[in-house]
Ligand binder design. Sequence first.
Ligand code: ADP
Length: 721
Amino acid sequence: MSKTIRHAEPAPLTTTTQPAPNSSPAPAATHLIRKVLVANRGEIARRVIRTCREMGIATVAVFSDADAGAAHVREADEAIRIGPPAASASYLNVPALIEAAARTRADAVHPGYGFLAENAAFAAACRDAGLIFIGPAPDVIARMGSKREARRLMAAAGVPVVPGYDDADQSDVHFALAAREIGYPVLVKASAGGGGKGMRSVRAEGELAEALAGARREALAAFGDATLLLEKLIDEPRHVEFQIFGDAHGHLIHLGERDCTIQRRHQKIVEETPSPALTPELRARMGAAAVTVGRRLNYTNAGTVEFILAPTGDFYFLEVNTRLQVEHPVTELATGLDLVRWQILVAEGHPLPLAQDAIRFSGHAVEVRLYAEDPAAGFLPQIGPVARWRPPDGADVRVDAGIQTGDAVTPHYDPLLAKISAHGADRAEALRRLEHALARTVLLGLRTNQDYLRRVLLHPAHLAGQISTAFVARHAAELLTPADQPIAGLSGDALAALAVTIHRLPERPGAGQSSQWRNNPGPSPLQRYTALRDDAGPAIGIRLAPATGNHLAVSIVSENQERTLDMLVHARSGGDLAVEIDGRLVHAICAEVAPGEWWVRVAGATHALRWMPPLPEPSVPSAFATAATPAMHATSTARRDAVADGAILAPMPGQVVAVTAGEGQAVRAGDPLVILEAMKMEYTVRAPYAGVVTSLRCRPGDQVAPRAVLLELHPLDHPSS
Ligand code: ADP
């Protein structure tokens, strides 16, 4: 292992450039950081601010117009507006960020992850402006920003890389020859790629040309660089990565691994440490390979070396992420270290606080990423209001959230809302604790993957550690089916409708609990609701009649059946309710998100309902309803909604990246028509049936609202065609 030092805290400031011998006092920092500008938003900005505050370092938040009221802005010591909502005009606006640092006399910049975190030009611009960039050197960022260069460098250093093609010749012919040599299936990757963008699996030669074209286009749009490479597609792999840390004194260590195998669209949703797949011997070999990678780069600060692990136990280098990872909390939970603190110490010029053999790992830690997305609609990103956010509490549960009640999730940024992590003595305890924490989490106003993640965590195959990156696809049916646990025979939607009706009962001013309903004149009119997911679906009717004390006689009308149950209201305050049904206490939390649109958390699931006015009347859209409701509506029914009388509709709000069909063109079912991008996700709208494009209604660059008409497609087999 490397020459490392054993003290846990940095020594007082003096200057030396020599690596410290293991037992001597620490060499000194060369700078004392007093104020950090956090060039990011959301949970990671808050995470960095927290450690800065603990270290006595002042912070400057930056914000776009969409984030003026955001939590990270409130929590920082100072905040500077850097532009309009679009990321390109704000969080990616290098001159605005450098100017914000100058105006506030910050002496360092923390980039977080995403946005400019792996942008070598930004790191260099900070350095040129006399700012300390809390991250690795710009040249290392630049070299690792190219998957092609990283592969070549690591192969030369003897680190195993996936068999593949990374030559400069980018012609389709060469890719086809290389793919044949590597053997199908292959994976097309964007050299500048990240976040799964520009990646296409290709099972057979016939699919290669479309995959190359798609990956080039996506890579050019996202990274301004269309360079591609090919890799052998490893079957049933795991993703195992190592956290590395280096300092300017020649020390380089690793802080163990993270297993990030559970992914959708090549993006992680669950991460854990230690990896259930590693034996001590394999861990030692992979850890040594990660350290070799770091040394080869003279790496400083925090980085992550990603590997793909084949079922055979062979592992291959994937890439180095030159920043703090989203999933760093699991490493912090298992090691008890604060990685942001280490980043700051290293940036100040201190040596690493601990030597490799002083790093201790305890128990098991698991993190899930709570995303604004609808798993039932192919994980389509969602926007909407955060009408109620109540994160879980509890020992050994950690929440890193960017949101607060009253926020709005907009299409401008990544749909990551929060990360929830749990620590346990062993894997089973950590998983159970995390699932329980998720069950207690309340987020009303937009669809998320909250309950999907709960099903992932406790899925028998996941509990048994039998996972690969194919887990989400393989177990789709079970993972997408909510385990509805009816209470007194009532479905979740019926319970939700009941909760809303009770919540809306007028309060009698000054009425004591026991006399709450006594003077109520008679049964209330029937209140009808439909599930927002399925507006055309069956209505649920609820009628309340007062009984004695806090008892209610509740009639539930559903699909022409009427049942009456006796219920006892224990508590009612704000949107929170506690109702006894059939001897069982049921808690519910309700929020009205737009007029007549209700979100309810009850019996371990979140339900969205639309109240149906007694007489048909035009609905009054709220400021949000126009933006958010259609997107939510478009979720589970995205496929069905994609067509209306020959019109092909946008399934989500976003920007048109490309229009791949022309007017008058005949297309087959499944052919790509329009490519949309929103919230860092690209979505291909495909022809739902064979037809002729009669009218194009969008152009590349257009911003489209959800359910906007993209084009008209006249069916080929239509009787009148
Ligand atoms: P990005 O930088 O876009 O995140 P990576 O190269 O890190 O791309 O890969 C992301 C994910 O894609 C991996 O975690 C893994 O699930 C999958 N993947 C990458 N390379 C391969 C491969 N050669 N074979 C199989 N799966 C792969």
